[in-house]
Ligand binder design. Structure first.
Ligand code: FAD
Length: 443
């Protein structure tokens, strides 16, 4: 804290401070009718709009705030394929064929980000750096070779890094080993979003800000949407509201659990310190339930993020938690000045899987469980294909898995996750217990 009692950092995303302003779309008139209306102006929404417009249909994105206001300009910018579950678990749960298609779709989503960055010449500092997943316990490290074998058939490569060789990858001995995966990278999420939105507008999509959708009503031939800026009629609706899903479509709200994720960006590091903590410039995350994720940005700032808290909280509190966590992982970063601190909502689901499908004529794409830079971009494209060609022609694998709601009645869960503090505490205890066991066995 500074001497004035105010925090010495800005409570806003570092990305917001470093993205050139997009043109304002707040005044753009709302069309009376379009073929496709997209609700939510993040990666899902603008990617859907880009691909609908490329397909020759008229499309409008309706964003309640300003374009990119949600997680899409607040995230860590870490782009990678994969889900919470690896291919083996997906096959066991959903059958071999569907399990493989689910995993393949995540690899395709990652490829799509790289293709868009290249073909649309999006200036977002994208580097395919590879990522290092860090084992919180010896049991997690023991699993690395098997994980590599599972993903190899999908064209993915990497290597397990034993604990004694971790200094080649990261300047800390806080973990029991690491797993490098080559197919992943880091980008500036704000500038990536701006590039996607610009591409969508260039392809002919209408982008409307301050146009929150309050109700989606069916009528003959399509839908009538009541928005903050009047009514709009459309043939098809795509919903891409992820961690900000409200009550406009109540059955969807009950299937999403909004959770806060938080980040700090301290002052730029001395070049020697930056090289020590991140010798290969990778993106990092650990294997805890209460995970941390971090990387050194091109201007040598450490960006360090995590769930930090499952309670209603403040940026000041999460910034303090993350500063302590960063110093635990990298003791030589204790005391570095935090310049930016912020947070945003991710969307979990009750099966920890993302979902894309159709219900009551509405196409939805959401629930990325904290890893949506690639997935949301890919789901936006698939949602566009579904409304253009029909779901039976596209056969998106995520539409073939069940989409469970809360395991309690509507009375107990309408979209406000009152149970999160309890669940968070349970996961935190499991993380501590895993570490304590590892230390006891080592001792
Ligand atoms: C702090 C943080 C760090 C993260 N780090 C990473 C990372 O490193 N890598 C990764 O892969 N993922 C990460 N994520 C997750 C990733 O950012 C999201 O999964 C992704 O941005 C989701 O995009 P989206 O377009 O679906 O949703 P959002 O970008 O959240 O957009 C949803 C939009 O819908 C709008 N909306 C809601 N309701 C309505 C309505 N009724 N009418 C009109 N508009 C509405 C909201 O205003 C919002 O702008 C992170 C997220 C956070 C918050």
């Amino acid at each position: 804290m500074s001497g004035t009692g105010r925090p010495g950092y800005e409570e806003r995303a570092y990305w917001h401070a470093t993205t050139p302003a997009l043109p304002s779309y707040a005044g753009a008139p709302l069309p009376a009718r379009v073929d496709v209306a997209v609700v939510g102006g993040g990666y899902t929404g603008v990617s859907a709009a880009l691909h609908v417009a490329r397909g020759g249909a008229s499309v409008a994105v309706l964003e309640a705030e300003t374009l990119g206001w949600g997680a899409s300009t607040r995230n860590g910018g870490m782009v990678h394929p994969g889900l919470k579950w690896g291919p083996r678990t997906l096959r066991a749960r959903y059958g071999a064929e569907l399990g493989d298609r689910l995993y393949r779709a995540t690899v395709d989503a990652f490829d799509l980000v790289e293709t868009l960055v290249r073909d649309e010449a999006i200036d977002c500092d994208y580097v395919r750096s590879g990522h290092l997943s860090l084992a919180w316990t010896p049991a997690h490290a023991a699993w690395h070779e098997a994980q590599l074998a599972e993903i190899a058939p999908f064209g993915m490569s990497g290597r397990a890094v034993p604990r004694e060789r971790l200094p080649e990858e990261i300047g800390t001995d806080h973990y029991y080993g690491g797993l490098v995966i080559d197919q992943s990278g880091g980008l500036h999420p704000g500038r990536y979003f701006a590039g996607l939105a610009t591409a969508a507008a260039r392809a002919g999509a209408t982008l409307c800000e301050r146009a929150g959708v309050r109700a989606v009503e069916r009528e003959p031939g399509g839908f009538r949407l009541r928005t903050d800026r009047g009514e709009l009629r459309c043939g098809e609706v795509i919903l891409g509201t992820n961690g900000y899903t409200g009550g406009a479509v109540p059955w969807l709200q009950r299937r999403v659990i909004p959770i806060g994720s938080y980040i700090i960006a301290p002052e730029p590091l001395d070049p020697a310190v930056a090289a020590e903590v991140s010798p290969k410039g990778r993106i990092f995350f650990d294997s805890k339930n209460f995970l941390y994720y971090w990387r050194v940005l091109p201007d040598r700032r450490m960006m360090f993020g995590g769930r930090a808290s499952f309670r209603h909280t403040t940026i000041a509190r999460t910034a303090a938690i993350l500063s302590r966590a960063m110093a635990e992982v990298h003791p030589r970063l204790a005391g570095v000045r935090v310049d930016y601190a912020w947070g945003g909502n991710v969307a979990f689901t009750f099966d920890r899987m993302p979902h894309l499908g159709r219900r009551e004529g509405i196409t939805y794409a959401l629930g990325y469980c904290g890893s949506g830079v690639a997935l949301a971009t890919g789901f936006g494209r698939t949602a566009a294909e579904v409304v253009l060609r029909g779901i039976d022609a596209v056969r998106p694998p995520f539409a073939e898995i069940p989409y469970p709601g809360a395991p309690v009645s509507e009375r107990f869960y309408g979209g406000d996750p009152w149970f999160l503090p309890l669940v968070g505490e349970w996961f935190r205890l499991r993380d501590r217990w895993g570490r304590a066991r590892a230390r006891a066995f080592a001792g």
